[in-house]
Write a protein that binds this ligand. Sequence first.
Ligand code: DHB
Length: 398
Amino acid sequence: MSTAAVQPASSTRTQVAIVGGGPAGLMLSHLLHLANIDSVVVDNRAAETIETTHRAGILERDSVRLLVDSGVDRVLRDGHRHEGIDLRFGGVSHRIDFEGLVGASCWLYPQTDVFIDLHARRTADGGDLRYGIGETEVVDVEHSPRIRYADADGVHHEIVADLVIGSDGSRSICRDLVPHPTRYFREYPFAWFGILTESAPSAPELIYTRSERGFALVSQRTESVQRLYFQCEPTEDPSAWSDDRIWAELQARLAGEDGFRLNEGPVIERTVLPFRSFVQTPMRHGRLLLAGDAAHTVPPTGAKGLNLALADVRVLAETIERAVNKKDDAALDTYTERALARVWKAQHFSYWMTSMLHRLEGASDFDEQRQLGELASIVGSQAGSTYLAEGYTGWPQR
Ligand code: DHB
């Protein structure tokens, strides 16, 4: 039954209703709170589900700055600053020195920790966060937005807001409320097999590897847990891979004349990650604004997803502040253009890193040599390496 037909048991008035309580939605709610703007966050997932769903682990410089400047600074104690990455191909590693090239670093700090920190902070600040709800509907986004939903006991509620934000991820319900959007979409003919393993980091920084057998990425989580990925078929069945088979594949992709070996240990999680690029524009319709994966998805190479969402939210908080405090709705008109300028750079960067490092089924000998030529150009040229360093650590905010 549509919730529209049901008289709600409660009606809450707020300035900004936020659909999606992942890191982007919570960060927005937090920034608005600091600007004395009240919000309500709803999410159909349980907070524990978000907390335990493993996602990427790299924060750009300005993502860390946004957290720290807004008073959420555990990343400085528990995160790890990485001043570069290795690009590995032909069995040889080449370091890209971010600090030396662009004077910036990135931070290894898992998305789950960003969520935990923001959730704790919003809770401590008395934020209105409603997880585990169902039957969510967003109505009348042109004039007077309302969210209707049923709580875990099936009781219906309503939230009446001046603005509604769709930060509800790649399966967004909010994005479909924008009439006649333009949608850009690209599928890739491969995926990533991601594992968590109980073993110490194999290298001090991340290693992005191109091998004849396909891409592999060596990342980390803690002193005793590593996060590793390797290119696979989109239809790959994680349960078909024993620990031994996974380690044999990873070791083969990382092998080289320097004798590099990964530290092995029990595999404690295995998942297949989809690969796609997606952008929807405009990111605003009436009193609805979209942020993060609801409006755009990038392939995981380069870990831009969360960083882009946080960049959206920073612009959005500023935009909303102007719209609310100065009663200047024209501010809302600038959001799509400001957000998309960064989105398309990140789309290109993620696509470029992906295409440079992955094996394409049916690639000709020419294609393979050209790919190696591209990698050699990047690591052999200060300009090439600087371009990578700039994109990886994040473009300056506008
Ligand atoms: C991680 C994921 C990425 O997609 C990436 O490019 C780097 C790191 C990670 O999960 O650690």
